[in-house]
Ligand binder design. Structure first.
Ligand code: CA
Length: 719
């Protein structure tokens, strides 16, 4: 059983004792001893990230504390970017999704891959220095909502820090790649997973986790960077109200919940955006969606806001003490997380200098908040959205479209944005030169249909109906949107300045530079592109042979500027073809070339004859949606990172299908046995559904072989 049990009292008490024993913050801002030239990063150096001495580094996830992903380097610029070429590349040993932002310190580049591995390379030559594999168990993949991805390491005082998909935090010697300490940040009986990059603030490694789709209880933790000892933990939602609360904010938050949310956990998992602001000395943490998804299932008949779901919370970095919060979505029912990147900037708004944080979260509004107080300065939609008609500036709350509350009305609602969000993990950047934010944007619809409480013992607990969703889309007049673009957004005037349309794929993360450039890949044309930052003019591109969705970085060594990005993503396509997961590094005049892609024949649909009654097939569709679609795609269509089961030989016989789904024949690949959740007749119903889908595809060539399904948005990683 992976139901969430209670750990509130024990964990909470331990944390606060630990927190009290900690010295004040300033003392740990400098390195105790000078490291050996590897990962030589401390607070003082990060504070000076934009000084000339450090301009050529990329020392933390968003380059500097502000997480602007703006580099002051100018050697590569609008005048010469056409001469950019591949300097070197390095292949990875996993073809799953790649989301890592590299860290570059003093000539060494550290990059993570799917399955939580780290590579260290000489950043100039590409020579591999070491590789670290934490050997996460393949079967843990079932606890990851959205692939076994990883978004990068943190560097500090001679070590790099890695969060793993199985919930560990590991300190690795940056010179040798040997682990220094390796601890669990989670209760291993619960389906948490870490995909996000740690940040190090004042000698503390800050890390959250994913798991809201599994209805776990979210939290963010701080560990001593030298010892791995837990210093504080801040839960994002309250625990069982009959147990002592960990802090006054949990007691306050509990008043906004009803029902018995704590039995499953409630969600709110902080899986990506964590930003430290030295000016206000605050740590901003973005919190996740509610779990299960419909608020009515978490809290039947309730009216409360469900704090601190879908919120930005400001904490004191040394203690985790609460300072302020801003909730973006009350009673979230749409997977509208507020975990997206939090960027700090100084903007002139209405003639006044404002020190702000900016976020483009899943819900489609672009928020500008006062960094010190959380005061809402402005919020406007950066995509056309339909769940809300605006933000009430007096209360800071969205004005709801009543029809969007599908869990209250009992009628399905086709929402824009979809659960993947108008913007997800793909990093955005902010250029102080142009004053623009460059947002990898999605404009996608999804039909939310309420289902009963999902009490299955494994897999996700979404409590939405996949068959109901598919039924809504059978109406030819149903709202269907599936667009993607790179959006340049003016955060002061809250308006679009330019966009690059990328329909059929997705925009990758962005990097802005003082050379007047924005770099961003995509999965539409599997390329990496440089644009003019002021007007979006396309200046240069390189074919990457695979989708490029991760955040690019830039650095300088010996007077030469480099641009690096991790490639490895297939939006749709053929799982059985190779996926070229690589680190790509470019410089002016670079002459390296990628090997030609291996030609691979398109897979052939060869389903057995249809079987099963309409009831059995409908049951198969529902069960497929609950247990299989996260990886294998909605509607029986994979986006290519996982097998499209319509083409799988295993659907030909009940025995072969059962051997994988119930007996766990492919456990090491991450395809565990579902025997604790599915009965043999469920598995056979899934097979009947898939065979039907395969026959349908065979009879409709336009939909075959990886063609995108217009009616049903592909899953993009969204935790
Ligand atoms: Ca989620």
């Amino acid at each position: 059983m992976r139901r969430v049990l209670l750990c509130a009292t024990v964990c909470g008490a331990m944390l606060w004792v630990a927190a009290c024993s900690r010295e004040s913050a300033g003392s740990s801002n400098a390195s105790p001893q000078a490291p050996s030239g590897f990962a030589n990063v401390d607070g003082a150096r990060l504070l000076a990230a934009n000084d000339p001495a450090n301009a050529g580094q990329w020392m933390t996830h968003g380059r500097d504390y502000a997480e602007q992903r703006f580099s002051p380097l100018t050697r590569i610029n609008t005048e010469n970017v056409r001469d950019l070429g591949l300097a070197w590349f390095a292949d990875f040993d996993t073809r799953r999704g790649q989301e890592s932002t590299p860290i570059v310190v003093d000539g060494t580049i550290y990059v993570t891959t799917a399955w939580s591995k780290i590579y260290a390379f000489d950043a100039k030559t590409g020579r591999q220095l070491w590789k670290f594999d934490p050997k996460v168990p393949g079967e843990w993949a079932v606890n990851a909502c959205c692939d076994v991805v990883n978004r990068g390491v943190a560097a500090w005082n001679g070590k790099v820090y890695l969060g793993t998909i199985d919930g560990r935090l590991i300190a690795v010697d940056a010179a040798t790649g040997k682990p220094v300490w390796d601890i669990y940040t989670i209760d291993r009986d619960k389906p948490y997973a870490i995909t996000g990059a740690p940040r190090v603030v004042k000698g503390l490694v800050i890390i959250g986790n994913g798991g809201a789709e599994f209805a776990t209880r979210g939290y963010v933790s701080a560990y001593d960077a030298e010892t791995g000892k837990l210093v504080w933990r801040w839960y994002t939602v309250p625990g069982n109200p009959s147990e002592p609360f960990e802090n006054p904010q949990m007691e306050m938050a509990a008043k906004t919940w009803g029902g018995q949310w704590w039995k499953q956990g409630g969600g709110g998992n902080a899986w990506d955006g964590i930003t430290y602001d030295p000016k206000t000395d605050l740590l901003f943490v973005g919190t996740g969606n509610g779990g299960p998804w419909p608020a009515e299932v978490r809290d039947p008949g309730g009216k409360g806001d469900h704090l601190f779901l879908s919120s930005i919370v400001a904490l004191k970095p040394e203690t985790g003490e609460y300072v302020w919060h801003y909730q973006e979505v009350q009673r979230d029912s749409w997977d509208y997380t507020a975990v997206q990147q939090i960027t700090v900037a100084d903007l002139t708004i209405d003639g006044k200098e404002r020190h702000v944080i900016m976020q483009a979260p899943k819900n489609g509004y672009f928020y500008v908040l006062d960094a010190a107080t959380g005061e809402l300065i402005s919020a406007k939609p950066f995509v056309p959205l339909n769940w809300s008609t605006g933000i009430d500036m007096k209360t800071g709350r969205p004005i709801m479209n009543p029809a969007a509350r599908y869990d209250v009305t009992g009628k399905g609602f086709i929402a824009v944005p979809h659960y993947g969000g108008a913007h997800s993990w793909h990093p955005m950047s902010y250029s102080p030169q142009t004053g623009l934010v460059y947002i990898p944007t999605m404009e996608v619809s999804y039909p939310f249909v309420l289902a009963h409480e999902d009490d299955n013992p494994m897999g996700q607990k979404l409590s939405i109906s996949f068959a109901g969703s598919a039924a809504m889309l059978r109406d030819p007049k149903a709202l269907r949107v599936n667009k993607a673009y790179l959006l340049a957004w003016d955060p002061v005037n809250q308006k679009e300045v330019w966009r690059v349309q990328l329909d059929g794929g997705r925009s990758g993360g962005t990097l802005a530079t003082a050379g007047g450039l924005v770099f961003s890949g995509n999965s539409q044309k599997n390329e990496f592109v440089a644009y003019r930052a002021d007007n979006g003019e396309r200046l240069w591109s390189h074919s990457a042979q695979t989708g490029v969705l991760a955040g690019p970085v830039t650095y300088e060594i010996d007077g030469e500027q480099y641009v690096a990005v991790v490639a490895g993503w297939r939006q749709t396509g053929n799982y059985w073809a190779p996926n070229y997961s690589r680190l790509l590094v470019y410089k002016l005049g670079g002459t390296a070339t990628l090997p030609d892609p291996v030609p691979v024949p398109e897979p052939v649909l060869n389903p057995p004859p249809a079987f099963g009654t309409p009831e059995v097939i409908a049951h198969g569709e529902e069960v497929y949606g609950r247990f299989c679609s996260t990886c294998h795609g909605n509607d029986g269509l994979s986006r290519g990172m996982f097998p499209d089961l319509r083409y799988a030989a295993a659907i030909n016989t009940a025995e072969a299908f059962k051997a994988i789904v119930l007996d766990g024949a492919l456990t090491q690949n991450g395809m565990v046995s579902f025997a604790s959740a599915l009965k043999p007749e469920d598995v056979e119903a899934i097979r009947a559904y898939l065979v039907g889908r395969a026959i349908e595809a065979k009879n409709a060539p336009a939909r075959a072989a990886g063609a995108p399904a217009p009616a049903s948005p592909p899953r993009t990683h969204s935790d």
